[in-house]
Design a protein around this ligand. Sequence first.
Ligand code: LMR
Length: 329
Amino acid sequence: HFRPWATLFVLLLLACRAAAASPEGIVIRFSHVVADDTPKGIAARAFKRIAESRSNGRIRVEVYPRSTLFDDNDEILALQMGAVEIVAPSLSKFGKIGFPSFELFDLPFLFRDTEEVHRIMRGPVGRQLLADLNRQQILGLGYLDNGFKQMSANRPLLRRSDYAGLRMRIQPSRIIAAQMIALGAQAVPLALSETRLALSTRVVDGTENPLSNFVTQGIHEVQSHLSLTQHGYLGYAVVTSQRFWQQLKPADRELLEGAMHEAIEIGNNVASAHERRALDVIHAWKETHVHRPSEAQRSELEAAMRPVYERAKTRIGARLLEQTLHELS
Ligand code: LMR
């Protein structure tokens, strides 16, 4: 009950600080919710390095990882209020603020691999989604990968019946909620920063995330079973505010666009190596049993999640869904 006031206070404080920045020096605050040592954390730091060196220090980038400034409930609002200049929420978090079509990327078993994801992101569907953000004075600078999600709980999650009655922490996406319900579980939206505690105190029973988030959030330490279901994709949109962007000189916009483009490449390139490393960490931990579903088990899960596509027609839009399926066929 206290928290909204605390958030508002921080927002106002930071918004005022922006106004006080010197006229020639540019300070960019990049806030995110995951660890430094993840694809997003690495991209954020690469952006800082490149932008600062190309501007000879005239542009300063401050990176705030691990929800130290804002958690995922507040970060987009913080951007719109001018309390930060760049955020990179997962695509699953845009539905809640009025862009339900972004939940397209949450559809289970839609993409076979990241190449297919990139085909949609770089094609007309992905470009349109980013352009739509202008409606709320948000400017999309690009998409960034994390990877494919796996399921965890204190039991294996390989068959539909394994999910019965489980409370699964999800990101605030209606499509992900529909996915959990289709499996017979309950969907509990929580901020990432609250997830480990909620699991360890049994407020929720399980969750889904790519392996780099599992390990860097210590989720494997509070879950005894990890099932490598690879059932859905998780990635980000890197965004800034139109207001901030418009006040920059064209040459600085170009510099920052180039820096972000390269930083995204760097983040994307480390994503699969991080996945492998995270799996090594989990194996070394020994207390989390790792399961690889058989083809038959994956097909069973896929069939169980099929009703989500019907739900997607109203949530995402039948035309967008059709266009995506067509581009992937
Ligand atoms: C989550 O909230 O589970 C993740 O999407 C957070 C993130 O930014 O990777």
